[in-house]
Write a protein that binds this ligand. Structure first.
Ligand code: NAP
Length: 306
């Protein structure tokens, strides 16, 4: 999953605590990482909790240097990383332990320092699940449509199967990629899963939860949705778009017009960061902390867009 999402240039965050020799260092590894939102979110979390942590971006410019980067970071005692495009898969072979869900997804976006090496997790999937919980959405026994079959779709598919979905329909532009994803999911879960083209929505059941996981709907494609026909949206009770900018994509607008409950990708982004922070610092934030923190992160994010 390309994952870590991009932000405007003025993404500096003022650090309002003193950095000392005891300050714990965290960061994000990827290429490019200059525009990543993670430093803003992670430094907002540590300021909010008054922790002596600092988080910055570490571009790994050449893929063949990833091994050295991880080894060096561990030798330096860097306490944790997020990992983003293009290293979420390649990093797995460099870890001493990988969380079972991350292994099924085949991608790791969070590393935690342990004495013997780094442990890997996938908090994108956990973050998306947490965002659904926050909206009161349960996956158990539900029919799920996933539009897309890339890295993000894979995390969604494993996550919904893991949480007891009834049936999964993958709709993708390139049917073979949908097929490959269906095969991967079936390797790990005994779940009914079908793959279809984007045009084959007519036979889908009513009352589904639909995840839009393609990049269509942002930037130059902001006026497009992967499926344009209104009839498709009549089948959806809850529409989830992984994109968070724009906050209401064409996909979400169409779903809302047909009466669906809509959720954008900001909650996923926020909770994947929170989950990583919790893993690194061995803590669990309370609901009231999460509510204030989300407000603060949203405010910081808005200030970048002004
Ligand atoms: P990816 O691995 O490159 O997969 C892209 C998917 O989009 C593929 O299924 C591709 O179909 C489809 N696609 C691309 N262009 C399309 C078009 N013009 N029409 C129809 N389908 C198209 O990308 P990814 O890593 O999965 O990321 C996908 C999206 O998820 C991005 O927008 C990313 O920003 C978002 N995301 C959000 C979060 C969050 O925290 N909110 C986290 C991770 C990712 P083909 O198979 O036919 O090529």
């Amino acid at each position: 999953m390309k994952g870590d999402l991009l932000m405007p240039m003025n993404n500096q965050r003022k650090i309002n605590h003193k950095i000392s020799g005891a300050t714990k260092v965290f960061g994000i590894i990827g290429q490019p990482v200059k525009h990543s939102l993670s430093p803003m979110i992670q430094n907002t979390i540590s300021s909010f909790l008054n922790h002596d942590n600092i988080y910055t971006a570490f571009p790994v410019l050449e893929p063949n240097k990833l091994h050295q980067a991880i080894q060096g970071a561990h030798a330096l005692g860097i306490q944790g990383f997020n990992v983003t495009h293009p290293y979420k898969q390649d990093v797995i072979s460099l870890l001493t332990h990988v969380d079972p869900l991350a292994l099924k997804i085949g991608a790791v976006n969070t590393l935690k320092y342990e004495d013997e090496g780094y442990s890997g997790y996938n908090t994108d999937a956990q973050g998306l699940y947490q965002s659904l919980v926050q909206h009161g959405i349960s996956l158990k026994g539900q029919d799920i449509i996933i539009i897309g079959a890339g890295g993000a779709a894979r995390a969604v598919a494993m996550m919904v199967a893991d949480h007891g979905a009834n049936r999964i329909y993958i709709l993708n532009r390139t049917m073979n990629n949908g097929k490959l994803l269906a095969i991967e999911v079936k390797k790990h879960y005994n779940i009914d899963i079908k793959y279809l083209s984007l045009e084959e929505w007519d036979g889908l059941p009513q009352s589904t939860i639909c995840f839009q996981t393609t990049s269509l709907g942002m930037g130059q494609t902001k006026d497009q949705a992967p499926i344009e026909e209104d009839g498709f949206y009549e089948k959806i009770t809850t529409a989830v778009d992984l994109i968070y900018s724009p906050s209401k994509t064409t996909f979400l607008k169409k779903a809302e017009k047909q009466g669906s409950y809509i959720i954008n990708g900001f909650g996923m982004l926020f909770y994947q960061a929170v989950k990583a922070y919790e893993i690194w610092n061995n803590l669990v934030l309370t609901n009231s902390q999460l509510a204030s923190l989300q407000e603060q992160v949203e405010k910081e994010y808005q200030s970048f867009n002004e």
